[in-house]
Design a protein around this ligand. Structure first.
Ligand SMILES: NC(=O)c1ccc[n+]([C@@H]2O[C@H](COP(=O)([O-])OP(=O)(O)OC[C@H]3O[C@@H](n4cnc5c(N)ncnc54)[C@H](O)[C@@H]3O)[C@@H](O)[C@H]2O)c1
Length: 254
């Protein structure tokens, strides 16, 4: 699908990777609605305040985007939060309330948005030679494949999103809606800005090539490719310089 003239929703579009996708899609000629809790809206984008972990908020945001723009062609299912903590320690059980918080945003939030935006897409007129009605891109993670020590909640959500990308592609195929994913490694965004530099250095040393943090532009380029390429469906593309994270870094165990 060519994004030009289409309507795209980007969750978490006011920061980091989502902001990169918003800017890229705007430059490609799409109308873009950022769905976020708050923050600075990228210039040229529309904004609807939305908490993806709350179904009423998602339903209202999707309706509002359709009222303003007439349809939804593209969903970038990107809003997410981090979470650190082992499942148990000598001090006590792991933090299950925090586990629920991360699942609520990263997994239930992504599913809720796919449900509401996906339903809206079923009503679109078929477009182009393949008669496409929509494209969804899920932001997965390197942790979808290799979750490190202390990343249980986050890994649970991102592994689930990896698996759901294929299931949702199967669910929505009859409506000519494709579902793909991107699995970034370490990306320089506000989400990871607080991590100690020695930890980041060690992580990036684990990249094969290039040994650098990814950028929002790197991410947006893959999103663009997945939107435009009709025969890619149910697929998740790693964006991590070949990194395969070990169980733990020396930083986290020191
Ligand atoms: N930065 C990385 O290294 C990295 C690596 C792999 C995957 N990811 C994933 O990429 C996505 C974007 O992360 P980022 O690094 O750009 O982080 P970020 O913190 O810069 O951006 C996340 C955005 O999501 C929004 N958000 C959080 N909770 C929300 C909610 N309940 N409802 C609506 N919006 C909400 C935030 O307000 C923020 O604008 C996340 O899903 C993250 O898990 C990031």
């Amino acid at each position: 699908m060519d994004p030009a003239g289409k309507v795209a929703l980007v969750s978490g579009g006011n920061s980091g990777l989502g902001e990169g996708a918003v800017k890229h899609l705007l430059a490609a000629g799409a109308s873009v609605v950022s769905l976020d809790l708050g923050g600075d809206v990228p210039a040229g984008a529309d904004f609807v305040q939305c908490d993806v972990s709350d179904e009423a908020s998602v339903a209202a945001a999707v309706s509002s985007a359709i009222e303003r723009h007439g349809r939804i062609d593209i969903l970038i299912n990107n809003a997410g939060v981090g979470g650190i903590g082992t499942i148990a320690s000598a001090e006590g059980p792991g933090d299950i309330a925090d586990f629920r918080r991360v699942i609520g945003v990263n997994l239930i939030g992504a599913a809720t948005l796919a449900a509401h935006a996906g339903h809206a897409m079923t009503r679109n007129e078929p477009l182009g030679p393949d008669g496409e009605r929509g494209v969804i891109v899920n932001t997965c993670s390197i942790a979808s494949y290799e979750g490190q020590e202390g990343m249980g909640a986050y890994t649970a959500t991102k592994s689930a999103l990896l698996a759901l990308t294929l299931v949702w592609a199967r669910d929505l195929a009859k409506f000519a809606i494709r579902v793909n994913g991107v699995a970034p490694g370490f990306m320089a965004t506000p989400m990871v800005a607080m991590l100690p530099p020695p930890f980041v250095e060690e992580l990036l040393k684990g990249n094969e090539f290039p040994k650098r943090a990814g950028t929002a532009e790197d991410y947006a380029a893959v999103v663009d490719f997945l939107i435009r390429t009709p025969l890619i469906n149910g697929e998740v593309i790693r964006l991590d310089g070949g990194a395969r994270p070990p169980a733990r870094t020396t930083w986290s165990t020191s």
